[in-house]
Design a binder for this molecule. Sequence first.
Ligand code: ACO
Length: 431
Amino acid sequence: MSESKIVKLVDESTNRSSELPLLSGTLGPACIDIGTLYKDTGHFTYDPGYGSTASTKSAITYIDGDKGVLLYRGYPIEQLAEKSNFLETSYLLLNGELPTKDQFSKFEHDITHHTMMHESLKDFFKGFHHDAHPMAMLAASVASLSAFYHDDIDVDNADDRKLAAIRLIAKMPTIAAACYRYSIGWPFRYPRNNLEYVDRFLHMMFEVPSEPLELSPVAAKALDLLFILHADHEQNASTSTVRLVGSTGANPYASIAAGITALWGPAHGGANEAVLEMLQEIGTADKVETAVKRAKDKNDNFRLMGFGHRVYKNFDPRAKIIREMTHKVLGELGINDPLLEVAMKLEEAALKDDYFVERKLYPNVDFYSGIIYKALGIPTEMFTVMFAIARTAGWIAHWIEQHETPGARIGRPRQIYTGADVRDYVAADKR
Ligand code: ACO
């Protein structure tokens, strides 16, 4: 990182000024460091939604939203999607480099041997109503991990941090599958060490005592790909939440549980569930035109879910890869899903509509992912849980980076106060 020019900001009404350094990273626009602005001028900055604000320095993920570029530790997402797997990508996010064969074997061994849930954690599920949303069960279960591992959650201890990362990546599929099985009244399945990460998860989801489970290689490949694509996305809402909670010194499980709840909203990870509901509501390709009209109507709250992105003002590179995989999965599994036709028509209609073109609204990562999840037999309310399994790798990589960065401070934004001016308390009988 380099510090080059200085930007001078002058408040002409008071003649107070601030000389603000311009900070440049490896790639991307330079940032004005406003750290001394309040001291120098008495002013804060105002940027609701953080459209122009970098909250941290990070060496993990880079996005160029105008060009549709996404890099994990410098590697283009297209190359990782083609050549890597989710566990290798997780190692990369956590450690900064691709693993050697030995490093990968050790990492895979460590993950495989931390997949079990504490038996007492299973009892927690009995407290949930049978139709509880799986994201509610997931967030509560992950937060509760701090109660099981309180001896190894010293946030200042590098070994404890590493162990928390292994535990979280390892246990997330086990907990996620338990959320699903609890909701349908099936007995929980123990993780099987002879299976790879994604196969093990599918086994815990779908295996029943009455018949052997045939795992389809294309299903496992597709899920692994979705996990790679969802593994990190720099300072998105849930990752920023993890960092904000992490900045208070909260333990890793509490910090990741906060990320899970942030992910749940339909403007973020909940979009994959919302996309499928929207496609089902549209129903047939001939209703697409009406849906596009509604999405443009400012008096209608309806938005095209799976469209638009704060950073991408070009095609989301992940959406391109998922679109291709959707056709492959449906083809190889012999599934003819009419929702795919609705999705393709909707994409086509929106991409040539002036409203979407002018606003640079393109399909995002979640536009097609739900169709793949549906083809794999994963129910709609589990879609955001799938996202959370994958994003755990990114969340914990950011949490570790935050704790390895010297001089970190608690995250504490300021505000523009718009409430009442100072006034005297009025006794109840005088109001
Ligand atoms: N459908 C219709 N109009 C849209 C959509 C959409 N999906 N997205 C944005 N717009 C319009 C807005 O109404 C606004 O129009 P205006 O300029 O006339 O007021 C303009 O495009 C800019 O939109 P903002 O909401 O200001 O963009 P912002 O960056 O704040 O929001 C977001 C990005 C939340 C992703 C938004 O595009 C959206 O709600 N999309 C649908 C939900 C979704 O798919 N979320 C998943 C995002 S990816 C992820 O988190 C994994």
